[in-house]
Design a protein around this ligand. Structure first.
Ligand SMILES: [Fe+2]
Ligand SMILES: [Fe+2]
Length: 312
């Protein structure tokens, strides 16, 4: 009983703390983030730690920078994409708090409001980069199509994927974006401001994921693990399609011809980088693996590890 009371108190104080921090750090797109600035195309967008630039040793420095900008453009678009289904799921799970803990409800309402603002910011980024880079780029996945496919899976799996995404957002900023001194200043600031609000989202994801987990039977959790694996495979399908599109765009605008061997290496390098960015870096993140490990049994854990192993 002692433990359960303590947990309940800890959960309530986490919701309250997320509300307090969310109010305190609240930012606006133009006034705080953009501040009238544009992207600096003489600098990289995505840092080496995420773009895995060492796989592109056959490219010149200028070409590597261009490829970092193409990857950075897709990186912003991917966030705009996933935040569509994240927000819908947050609104859905907030229903359980409507007539309960009003602080928890406010925490989730603020979470939702922030994700709507982030999506607007990512659309604005795509528009600005579209004006600053040569024509021909396409971002293929449609946010609403992806959201309806994702939301057809169990809530446990969607919250697990969401927690994964919101934790890797933080790891990417702290480990790769913040320390790289050769990035476009505006690009870095976008992910600084994004990270500040995502910190609360990841804490709320964990609470909601654990709350959902407590509702499941062993068989229900087994199905939920299958759903989570299906979602990871679906994410990988999106990455495979987009890395082809990004390689085509890069070859179109880089200003020289690439032979088929070089083009294959660009596609292969992009797929490696995208799998690292959106799947593997999060799977290795200690907070994520800790939460997941506490929810699944050994056999379920092995199924997930085996599925992710096929992508390495
Ligand atoms: Fe966000
Ligand atoms: Fe978020």
């Amino acid at each position: 009983m002692q433990t359960s009371t303590h947990n309940t108190a800890a959960v309530s104080s986490t919701y309250a703390n997320c509300v307090e921090v969310s109010r305190r750090i609240r930012w606006e797109i133009e006034k705080d983030v953009f501040r009238g600035r544009n992207f600096d195309y003489a600098q990289k967008f995505l840092p080496d730690g995420l773009s895995l630039v060492d796989r592109f040793d056959f490219l010149s420095d200028t070409e590597k920078r261009l490829l970092s900008q193409v990857q950075g453009r897709t990186y912003a678009n991917i966030f705009g994409l996933v935040e569509r289904f994240i927000n819908a799921k947050v609104l859905e799970v907030s229903r359980d708090h409507w007539f309960g803990d009003q602080v928890a409800l406010e925490a989730l309402v603020r979470f939702s409001d922030e994700e709507i603002k982030h999506q607007e910011m990512f659309r604005r980024i795509e528009q600005m980069i579209g004006e600053g880079m040569p024509a021909g780029y396409t971002f293929l996945p449609d946010p609403n199509d992806v959201a309806s496919a994702v939301l057809s899976k169990s809530t446990w799996a969607v919250l697990g994927l969401t927690c994964h995404i919101e934790l890797f957002t933080q790891a990417h900023y702290r480990q790769s974006i913040e320390p790289d001194s050769e990035l476009s200043e505006l690009y870095r600031d976008i992910f600084l401001f994004h990270w500040r609000e995502e910190s609360q989202h990841a804490r709320l994801d964990e609470l909601e994921w654990r709350r959902e987990d407590a509702k499941l039977s062993e068989a229900g959790r087994d199905q939920a693990v299958t759903d989570l694996i299906d979602l990871v495979v679906a994410v990988d399908g999106i990455l495979q399609v987009q890395c082809e599109a990004d390689a085509n765009y890069f070859c179109l605008v880089a200003g020289r011809a690439f032979d088929s061997n070089e083009r294959d290496r660009i596609v292969e390098g992009l797929l490696k980088a995208y799998r690292w960015q959106y799947i593997l870096s999060g799977a290795q993140e200690p907070r994520f693996s800790g939460i997941l490990g506490s929810l699944v049994n050994e056999r379920q854990g092995e199924r997930i590890t085996a599925a992710i192993g096929t992508l390495v």
